[in-house]
Design a protein around this ligand. Structure first.
Ligand SMILES: C[S@@+](CC[C@H](N)C(=O)[O-])C[C@H]1O[C@@H](n2cnc3c(N)ncnc32)[C@H](O)[C@@H]1O
Length: 272
């Protein structure tokens, strides 16, 4: 009976993993700047500018030039290219075939990027990495899958290496919201306590958690801009720089804006 339960659980995990990949393969990602299939391209370009700057700063501060990095679930490669500009070698994993081909195009100019058209769970490697980036993946994973993911990940990290997760967090009470696009699947919006506990479980230091993009707290103005088709102002360099400053101030102060309930953050952990 126990064995049967275990087999069923494993099968469900495998099915969910495949469903998630199938979703991304079909839906695609709307632009190189984006992490999702829909959305305003100008806002995405603004968010990507800020998120890429923050990741770049982290790499410059924390990684050696001869470091080996891994981008797990690279999508179109917006973070792979940032890693490639600073590291000796980057392994970029993307299991959705339609995204993988585009990722290959986007990374063609980098001879220090090695691409793998596989999911992380099936990835067969003996390498140990100095930095791992996991963006927009774990919020679709139930706790057991996150746990198994981390079990594998920490085995492939050098001591002192960094794990950078970009995910959603909530202030209190973890939210499990049925996914509108993955049948039987959920979006898991976890709290800081969850990530602290996970880090502790795997002997990692949770070093930082900070907002990855602006709050756009001027929501009414944003709505109006959107109606008038003016959201392209977010793609302007000066606007991007001003918004980057606001995010950096929050990071320095250690504040996260939860006014919209859920916030996108970078969660940084270090292997002891
Ligand atoms: C929300 S997208 C984020 C893309 C990119 N990391 C970004 O932030 O722009 C999630 C990506 O993870 C990939 N993915 C899904 N399941 C995966 C798995 N088990 N292993 C590796 N990548 C996976 C998807 O195909 C998709 O490209």
């Amino acid at each position: 009976m126990k064995n049967k339960d275990h087999r069923n659980k494993m099968q469900r995990t495998q099915e969910l993993k495949e469903q998630i990949i199938k979703y991304w393969d079909k839906a695609g990602i709307c632009s190189f700047d984006s992490s999702t299939c829909t959305g305003d391209p100008y806002l995405a370009s603004c968010d990507n500018f800020i998120e890429s700057c923050l990741i770049e700063e982290l790499i410059e501060k924390e990684c050696q030039k001869d470091a080996l990095g891994i981008d797990i679930g690279a999508g179109l490669g917006r973070f792979t290219v940032v890693l490639a500009r600073h590291l000796n070698l980057v392994h970029s994993l993307e299991p959705a075939k339609n995204l993988y081909y585009k990722l290959a195009d986007n990374c063609a100019e980098f001879n220090n990027v090695k691409l793998f058209d596989t999911d992380f769970e099936s990835f067969n490697t003996k390498e140990k990495y100095d930095i791992a980036v996991v963006s927009g993946l774990l919020y679709l994973y139930p706790d057991t899958m996150v746990y198994e993911f981390f079990e594998k990940l920490v085995n492939h990290l050098n001591s002192g290496s960094l794990v950078v997760i970009r995910d959603f967090i909530v202030k209190s009470e973890i939210k499990e919201v049925p996914s509108v696009y993955i049948e039987g699947g959920f979006c898991y919006y976890r709290d800081l306590q969850y990530w602290k506990g996970l880090a502790k479980n795997f002997d990692l230091f949770l070093t930082e958690v900070f907002q990855s993009k602006p709050s756009y707290s001027f929501n009414r103005l944003l709505g109006l801009c959107s109606k008038l088709g003016l959201t392209r102002i977010f793609s302007m360099n000066t606007v991007k720089k001003v918004l980057l400053r606001t995010v950096k101030i929050k990071k320095k102060r250690g504040t996260i804006d939860f006014s919209s309930g859920i916030q996108t953050v970078f969660i940084v952990m270090r292997k002891k």
